[in-house]
Structures are given as structure tokens and as C-alpha cells.
Design a protein around this ligand. Structure first.
Ligand code: IPT
Length: 983
């Protein structure tokens, strides 16, 4: 039964509310025969029309209020489509109902007019998978996305075009329209409104602050709006204001007379070391009005920090690795900040990132290294972290207690406990009260909270928070209050089940309304229960799972009260099925739950041995786990319990990496190298924002069509007798470098100095490398290799992605020869791996990184190595894995060496560029190798392109496979196409 919002308000708080959640008590026989598929409330591509609206409280989908509890992930940061399902399963199971995704223009467009949505770029498949998983989608295709990707998502080729980006300049808009046409052609097939997918919201642009300028700013946004609507996107659109400024609130730009389909959203990345910000309390309106900087739209945090990105290491930037982000923004941070957001009326909440993934190939913007783990709740290796616990608890809470979708601020509750701040909210329809208690102080405390004539004693740890509820329905009973946080309630068969959570060891009190004395049995754990004056009072210290059965007491059905500590709460998996709710307890993950006749067919993961227990609608008498039927018995808790424990994950053995073969390259540095096929640098004008020195040719690589990775220059000159030094001015992103040779002899390597915080912001990465020379008369050749390290982002809409990359100019001291340059960068983009896979190293142009490449004449090599040479050396080997079927092993490659050694490594697995290791900078040592690209049952090819300064001995040192996680279960993985060289 689907209740409209109106009926919901009239009957909520009464026993009838149970029907909206369960109805299953009556559905026992139907349970065995009802068609399978997601139940109402779980979004799916169900071929029905849906209405998507909102008011100032929340989104209203098909007439029902929904709080969006969303996690951000980027399909382009996980180049193995099968694993998208794994991550989406994990989000869904842990209480998220929405996934928010950027679509990165550069990832899909190797050239103007060319758009690729196949293979690892299959957006259609991603959107289908999200719908199959039961998640709403927020689609964010830019055109600009920022996101710490190269040029903020702009294609390399766009950096060499003339139109002013992120404005209404027609030259730019022409490209934008082409991109949006290509994305929207796919997106329209997955709109929730049409029942063909689950896209619920769609974002235009990203943190765009040009709201003040009519032409460049507002006209641009109006253009995007019109274009997206014209392409058939009919869900609400929004923009993510960079902070709660009220920019781009409804009515601030031209939406073609349309009203009511534009939301106001904003981003927040507050410091974890300060107090969580109040967005000003909702309900006041006006620019100072908190989340209602837009009074008619709901509080919407389009991005809220779930971690933070990490810069390169080394003395200047001090990237510390992602364990540090996860430590400073831990589970308590999530409770403290996200519960404050909810208390401020935010009902659309997206955590950036929830799964960060990998900026593989040349995807990372100069500010970050390969890993984009982000310290997120789900780590880069797809492993759950402790940060999933609060997400799980809050996500389930928001799903199971619709009271939280419509809250007004209630009268202040004064808590006389130092450091503790209370937010008091009330649902005007159900009368449910919500309290968020936040401890900003340095010590754990027990807050004395006056509520409803009594004083609750609520434990709140230092720098932590919790949410309490009073007057909410638990199905057929009402909660007077609890000092534990409600997590879920559902009707399983004839009984109601309610779960409350808190930290291990906390003493909690839960009070249920009971007209008459109920029968109470403590089935597991320790609890004191007392009946007094119309209420059952349960006091319990949280430890594992405490189970209390309550029968009678004036309610029509028994209640199983479960008190779960954090650890236990993430072993409890509620699901809705068309026949009613299911609750599974025990395994490390529940992926799917389908009722087939009398059988609950479950799939999921275990890491250790685990019990399995299932509460299901009446009529369900059997359980299957990952396809195997289990022997079960009925417990006193009213569940079915497997008689044997589920096995944990089996051992995974990783081979040592041996059998390396070596080949040195850079023939380009030799005096007699034939560069006649290379492009001459004959352009006089550049699209770059970096000025070209007067009278010199353009040397920036992008102008010549080379956009990623390394670029070579060869310059011929005569008449240099008397020259004492040569100065090469060049420009890269952070950690860029230049190495040069004169007539085949190394001149040295210059590393781009890391600017201070101020110059970083200006995006100036120009430096001059000066090398002593004594060329004498005659004809000479300078060979120069520039590692570019990507384009800047364009966060402030001033075309900074167009800062030049590569050589700027050359001058000699003591002579002034004219240098005739030729340039060579990457080969035509790999049609499968995409434009960001390769730069212009000789080995890359020759396919040395590809599987199936036959390296005739490559010499055996052994690690650790120690050699001193300026330039590039390649190493290749093959290794075989035999991970057992049904085991999901997450595997990485770890490189270790003496940090004094100045060299860097590009890692190619089966031809896929899995990232860049910089030995003397760090902080990243382990590179995740996603299954699918990694063949876990067969042979793999690993190629390392080592670029060394020549100033120190160079490695590689140790190179090993590392196990980053394992589970029995996982998802089926289709191998990612990894072609070898074209013959
Ligand atoms: C916000 C961007 O919208 C997002 O793309 C990403 O770059 C994120 O920051 C940081 O990881 S911008 C905000 C922090 C100023």
C-alpha cells in the first residue's frame, strides 16, 4: 500500500503507520507468489511514470517525501564496469539511496566531434546498474566539473580552442552543446520520471561564481538550462553554489519562464578542526536564511566533504597519504558534521567522496597524485572502512522514519552540560521530536537533556554527536524516547522489529509506550526492564546485539527490540521486497535479497566465518546464500537461523614478481635520430593564456595536438660558437620536469620547483632550466623531454586550463642561434583505453606497454636495481594469478625504495596506465589494480616506464603485489578489453 502524503499525515503516529512499511502480516501467502523486483520506495526502471517534485522541506517523489542520502563516486575513476556494481551494492546496502556522479568530458572525447561511451566509458551501463541496484542518480556532466581531474574535466583539445570557457562565448558553447547532446542522448534513456532509469536530479556546471556578470555568467547558465531542457531532461535541475551564498537560487537567472523545476544546492567542505557550521537554521529565508538561502527549495548540500584530497608529498606540499584524511574526518566527524547538517534542515545530502577511486592514466589534475581514495567511507580498494558505520546507521534511519523528511525547528532545549549543543526539531504532522546532541568539547560526557518532563542522561563522546527521537512510531508501538539512536523499524511476519544503535559500552535507556504491562523477555545480552506508569523502560549497556522480546502491553503485535553497538549495526541489513521487508543479520555484506516462493534467496559477502539469520515475511521458510540452500531453524527471536556458519574468505596467494626484462629508450636524445616525420613548430599564435615570447614560434604542446604526458622536442641550430649556457624556459603542472641533451650528451634534469601556497593558486608553473654548454661551431641538436603533469583546473572560470604546457622558449648565453624545433607527443589515442592512457614516450609510441608486445632483445633484469642514467628505461614481466572463483581479492602493486633516489615510474597493467609513482616525492606507494583490468585467473603483463633524473642511482627497488582485501562473494567480473599492439 502506497500512502499519499496526505493520508500519511493523517494516520501517522497511529498503528496504521505500520502498514506503509510492512503490510506483510497480511501478505503471507502472496509472499510466496508475488513477482520479484524492488518494492515501492526502492527506485527502479519500472516502466511507470513518476513525479519528481519538492517543497521547502524535502524532495517529494510520487507524492512521498524522500530524504536523499547520497554518496559520490566517479565511474571514470574505476575503469572496470563490473566493479561499478560492487561499489553500488555497497552503497545501497549501507543505507545510501542515491549515487551522485560526475561525467568527465575529457574522458569521453579524444577530439572535437568525437564522443565515446563504450567499454570503460559505458555511461549507459553505469546508469542501468544504478537502477538495478535500486539507487537514484544525480548526474553531473559539467561541462566543467573541477573534481581534481585534468583541466577540471575539459578535454585536452579544448585547451587549444579560442572560445573563452565557462562563458556564453559562442565558440565555446558550440563545443559544449556537442558534449551535452552526446551525454543527454544517454541520460534521457534513464530518467526516473519516465520509469526507464533512476536519474532524479541533474546538475549544470560546477561551483560557478560568475553570477554577477550578465553576459558571461547568467547568460551562460541560462544557455545550459535551455539546452538541457531541449534535450529532454525533465527532472529538477540545480547548480552547486560554492558555499551557501544564494548564488543561482531560483529566479536569479533566466529559466525560460519555467518555475518549480530548479533547486538551490550548495557545497560545504568545513574544516574538521572547527565547529560544524550552522547553515543558519532553515525556515528563515533570505540570504542569511541558512539552508533556505532559497526559501522555497529544500536544504540541499550538493557536495559535503567526506574526506579530502591529498597533494603530492615531499618537503613542500607534505601530502601525508589518505590514512590521514580518514583520521581527521573519521566516523565521529561524520556524525558531528552530517547530523548537524540534518539538524539544519538539509534533506538532500551528498557526501563527496563516498568511493573516491583512482585517477588513473593522466586523469589527475596537477594538485593530486594517482590515488583519489579521498579518505572516503569506502576505500580505493573497495573495502568498507569504519566510516561506513555512521553512514549505514543514518541512511537506514532516514529511510525507515519518514518523520525526518519534514522537520521544523522546535523550542530550544537547554542542555546544561558544558560543550554540548542541542538542536531540537519536530515533525508538525506526526509530532515526532528529534534531538541532535553534539559534543564540541574534548572529553566524553553524559549530557543531561530535559525532555517531556524528565531529564535524559545521554552519553556523547568527545567531538561526536548523536540523534535521539521521541514520539516516533515503531510500527504498532510508539517510542516515548530513547537515548540510543533509532536505526530502523520494520514488520517481519507477525512481529515488529526495531533497531537502536550507539557506541560499544554506552548505557542507554529506551522507553516504549505501553497501555498495560507487557511480557518482556531478554533473549540475548543484559538489560534491565521495568514497567511503570504506562511505559516500559529498558536499560542496557551496548555490547554486540541485545535482544528483547516485548509482547502484549496493549499492542496488536510483538516487538523485537534490538540494541546494536556500532560493529553489530553494520551486520544488520534491512531490505524491502514486494512481499514485505526482510532483515538479514550476520554477513559482512548483503548484496541482493529476493523472495522465491518460500525461499529467501540472498547474495552477499563474508570476510570471516559468520552466522546468518533472517527475519522475513510469513510464508518464508528457507534461506539460500549465494546460490546454496542452507539448513535453518526458527529462533526465539522469530528469525530463521542457518545451522552452520557461513565460511569466510579463502586464502589468496600472490606470486613474487620475477622474470623482468629491461630495455633503455630515448633514442630521441641521440644526435642522429631521424625526426623528419615530426611536426615542425610553425605556429605563430597560441590558444594558451601564457604569452609566447615576441618573435618566437609557439612551442606549447597542446597547440600541436599533444595533450597528455610526456612531450619531446628536438631543436637544430648553427652559429652557437661562444655559447656558454643554454636556458630552456618551460611550463608544467606540479612535479613536472625537463631533461635535455646536446648532441646526444645529457645536459641534466631540471625539476619544476614546487611553488609556495600563493603561487600555486595563481597556477604559475613556469621555470627556466639553465645548463652550461660549449657547443662550438657547426650544426647541433638539442633534445628535450618535458613531463607535463597535466593542465590546471579552471575553478575560477578564467581559462587557467589554457596555461601553456611544454617548452616556452630557448636562449643562449654568449650566442644567439636560431633554433628550429620539431615536436612529438603522444600517438593517436588508444581506441579502447582512451585519450588519457598515454603520453609521448618512445616506448608508449611503440606499444612497449601493451600485452602481447614482443620485446626481442630485452635483457633480463633483477630488482632491486641501481643504475645511474638520465632518461627512460622500461621493465616488463608477466605474472599469473589464480584467485579462487567466488573470492573477491583486491590487489595492489607496491613500490618501495630509498627515498633519496630521484626517479619515477609509470605503471602499465595489461596496457592500462595505472598511475605514476614518484620515488623521492610520494606519498603513494601502493597502486590499486582493479579486477577486470587485472586478470585474477590467468596471465597479466606488467610494464614499468622508469624516468630517472640521472642525479642519483635509480631503481626500481622492491616491486610487489599486495593484498588489499578479500571476501567470499563479490560480483562476477567481465574482463576489460586489453588489446595488444595492432599488427
Ligand atoms: C569542490 C568541487 O566541486 C569538486 O569538484 C571537488 O574539486 C571538490 O571541491 C574538492 O575535492 S570545490 C570546493 C572545495 C571549493
Amino acid at each position: 500500500m502506497v500512502l499519499s502524503r496526505r493520508t500519511f499525515s493523517t494516520i501517522a503516529g497511529t498503528a496504521a503507520l505500520g502498514l506503509s512499511l510492512g503490510g506483510s502480516g497480511e501478505a503471507c501467502v502472496a509472499a510466496a507468489t508475488a513477482p520479484t523486483g524492488p518494492a515501492p520506495g526502492t527506485p527502479a526502471a519500472d516502466r511507470r511514470r513518476h513525479t519528481v517534485g519538492f517543497d521547502h522541506y524535502s524532495m517529494i517523489v510520487d507524492g512521498r517525501r524522500v530524504v536523499l542520502w547520497s554518496g559520490e563516486m566517479h565511474p571514470f575513476r574505476l575503469p572496470s564496469p563490473s566493479l561499478w556494481r560492487d561499489v553500488l551494492h555497497k552503497l545501497r546496502a549501507h543505507g545510501y539511496n542515491t549515487v551522485s556522479v560526475y561525467v568527465s568530458w575529457n574522458y569521453h572525447s579524444p577530439a572535437p566531434g568525437s564522443y565515446d561511451f563504450t567499454g570503460v566509458r559505458d555511461l549507459d551501463l553505469f546508469l542501468r546498474t544504478a537502477a538495478e541496484t535500486g539507487l537514484y542518480v544525480t548526474l553531473r556532466p559539467g561541462p566543467y566539473i573541477n573534481a581534481e581531474v585534468d583541466a577540471g574535466g575539459f578535454p585536452g583539445w579544448l585547451t587549444a580552442t579560442r572560445g573563452r570557457a565557462r562563458t556564453a562565448d559562442p565558440a565555446y558553447l558550440r563545443h559544449v552543446d556537442e558534449w551535452l547532446t552526446a551525454v543527454n542522448r544517454i541520460a534521457v534513456r534513464h530518467l526516473y520520471t519516465r520509469g526507464t532509469g533512476t536519474i532524479l536530479l541533474y546538475q549544470l556546471e560546477n561551483e560557478y561564481a560568475n553570477h554577477v556578470t550578465e553576459h558571461t555568467g547568467r547568460a551562460y547558465m541560462a544557455h545550459l538550462y535551455r539546452k538541457v531542457r531541449a534535450d529532454g531532461i525533465d527532472v529538477p535541475l540545480f547548480h552547486n553554489d560554492k558555499g551557501r551564498n544564494g548564488h543561482w537560487a531560483p529566479g536569479t537567472f533566466d529559466t525560460g519562464g519555467e518555475r518549480g523545476r530548479w533547486l538551490y544546492g550548495f557545497d560545504g567542505y568545513p574544516s574538521p578542526f572547527k565547529r560544524p557550521p550552522d547553515w543558519g537554521y532553515f525556515g528563515r529565508g533570505g540570504p542569511e536564511g541558512g539552508s533556505t538561502a532559497s526559501p522555497r527549495t529544500p536544504g540541499f548540500l550538493a557536495e559535503f566533504g567526506g574526506g579530502w584530497f591529498d597533494p603530492w608529498g615531499g618537503a613542500e606540499f607534505r601530502g601525508k597519504g589518505y590514512a590521514e584524511s580518514r583520521r581527521t574526518r573519521d566516523a565521529a566527524y561524520e556524525r558531528r558534521f552530517y547530523l548537524t547538517n540534518l539538524a539544519n534542515g538539509i534533506t538532500l545530502h551528498n557526501v563527496y567522496m563516498t568511493f573516491g577511486g583512482t585517477s588513473w592514466g593522466w586523469l589527475p589534475a596537477p594538485v593530486v597524485y594517482t590515488s583519489y581514495d579521498y579518505g572516503a567511507a569506502l576505500d580505493e580498494a573497495r573495502q568498507p572502512t569504519a566510516k561506513l558505520v555512521p553512514m549505514h546507521q543514518i541512511g537506514q534511519l532516514l529511510h525507515h522514519f519518514p518523520d525526518l523528511a519534514k522537520l521544523d525547528r522546535a523550542e530550544d532545549v537547554s542542555v546544561a552540560t558544558p560543550g554540548v549543543r542541542a538542536y531540537h526539531l519536530v515533525n508538525p504532522d506526526t509530532g515526532a521530536h528529534i534531538l541532535v546532541l553534539r559534543n564540541d568539547g574534548p572529553s566524553d560526557t553524559v549530557a543531561a537533556v530535559p525532555l517531556g518532563g524528565t531529564t535524559l542522561r545521554v552519553p556523547v563522546r568527545a567531538l561526536d554527536a548523536r540523534l535521539l527521537a521521541a514520539g516516533i512510531s515503531l510500527g504498532r508501538r510508539t517510542l516515548r524516547h530513547s537515548t540510543a539512536q533509532p536505526m530502523l523499524r520494520l514488520a517481519a511476519g507477525r512481529q515488529d522489529v526495531a533497531v537502536f544503535t550507539g557506541r560499544t559500552g554506552e548505557v542507554t535507556e529506551t522507553v516504549l509506550e505501553c497501555a498495560v504491562r507487557p511480557a518482556v523477555t531478554v533473549l540475548e545480552g543484559a538489560a534491565d526492564c521495568a514497567y511503570d506508569n504506562g511505559a516500559l523502560r529498558v536499560r542496557a549497556r551496548l555490547d554486540g546485539l541485545t535482544r528483547i522480546a516485548v509482547t502484549g502491553g496493549g499492542a496488536a503485535a510483538p516487538l523485537l527490540l534490538l540494541l546494536a553497538d556500532d560493529r553489530t549495526s553494520v551486520r544488520l541489513w534491512p531490505r524491502t521486497t514486494p512481499s514485505g521487508p526482510v532483515l538479514v543479520y550476520g554477513p559482512a555484506l548483503l548484496r541482493t535479497a529476493v523472495l522465491h516462493g518460500p525461499t529467501a534467496a540472498l547474495t552477499g559477502d563474508t570476510t570471516e566465518e559468520a552466522d546468518l539469520e533472517v527475519w522475513a515475511p510469513r510464508g518464508v521458510a528457507a534461506v539460500a546464500w549465494n546460490g546454496t540452500r542452507l539448513r535453518t531453524r526458527v529462533t526465539r527471536s522469530g528469525s530463521l537461523r542457518a545451522e552452520r556458519r557461513l565460511p569466510g574468505a579463502g586464502a589468496v596467494r600472490l606470486p613474487p614478481l620475477t622474470g623482468w626484462r629491461r630495455k633503455a629508450e630515448n633514442p630521441e636524445s641521440a644526435a642522429d635520430f631521424d625526426d623528419s616525420a615530426w611536426r615542425t613548430t610553425d605556429l605563430a599564435r597560441s590558444a594558451a593564456t601564457t604569452p609566447v615570447p615576441a618573435g618566437e614560434p609557439v612551442l606549447f604542446a597542446d597547440d600541436y595536438g599533444f595533450h597528455y604526458g610526456d612531450v619531446w622536442y628536438r631543436g637544430r641550430f648553427e652559429g652557437a660558437a661562444g655559447a656558454r649556457s643554454v636556458s630552456l624556459s618551460y611550463i608544467t603542472g606540479t612535479q613536472g620536469l625537463l631533461m635535455a641533451w646536446l648532441d646526444g650528451r645529457p645536459l641534466g634534469t631540471h625539476r619544476m620547483p614546487v611553488p609556495d601556497a600563493k603561487t600555486v593558486r595563481q597556477g604559475t608553473w613556469t621555470a627556466t632550466a639553465t645548463f652550461p654548454v660549449a657547443p662550438g661551431g657547426g650544426s647541433h641538436v638539442l633534445s628535450v623531454l618535458v613531463r607535463r603533469m597535466q593542465h590546471d583546473q579552471d575553478g575560477r572560470a578564467d581559462d587557467t586550463h589554457k596555461a601553456g604546457r611544454g617548452l616556452v622558449s630557448v636562449t643562449f648565453d654568449g650566442a644567439s642561434p636560431a633554433v628550429r624545433w620539431r615536436i612529438r607527443g603522444e600517438a593517436a589515442p588508444d581506441p579502447v583505453r582512451g585519450p588519457l592512457n598515454n603520453g609521448g614516450l618512445y616506448g608508449e609510441r611503440q606499444g612497449w606497454h601493451l600485452p602481447g608486445f614482443r620485446g626481442h632483445g630485452w635483457k633480463p633484469a633483477y630488482f632491486p636495481r641501481s643504475e645511474r642514467r638520465q632518461g627512460v628505461v622500461w621493465y616488463r614481466t608477466r605474472f599469473r594469478l589464480s584467485v579462487a572463483p567466488g573470492t573477491d581479492a583486491s590487489i595492489g602493486l607496491t613500490l618501495m625504495d630509498d627515498p633519496a633516489r630521484a626517479y619515477r615510474v609509470q605503471i602499465f597493467l595489461n596496457g592500462w596506465n595505472m598511475g605514476q609513482y614518484i620515488n623521492d616525492v610520494g606519498p603513494q606507494h601502493t597502486f590499486v589494480l582493479p579486477n577486470g583490468v587485472l586478470n585474477t585467473r590467468g596471465v597479466n603483463t606488467l610494464a614499468l616506464a622508469v624516468l630517472s633524473d640521472g642525479t642519483t642511482p635509480s631503481g626500481p627497488g622492491r616491486v610487489d603485489l599486495t593484498l588489499l582485501g578479500r571476501a567470499a562473494g563479490g560480483v562476477p567480473v567481465t574482463p576489460v578489453n586489453s588489446p595488444g599492439p595492432a599488427h
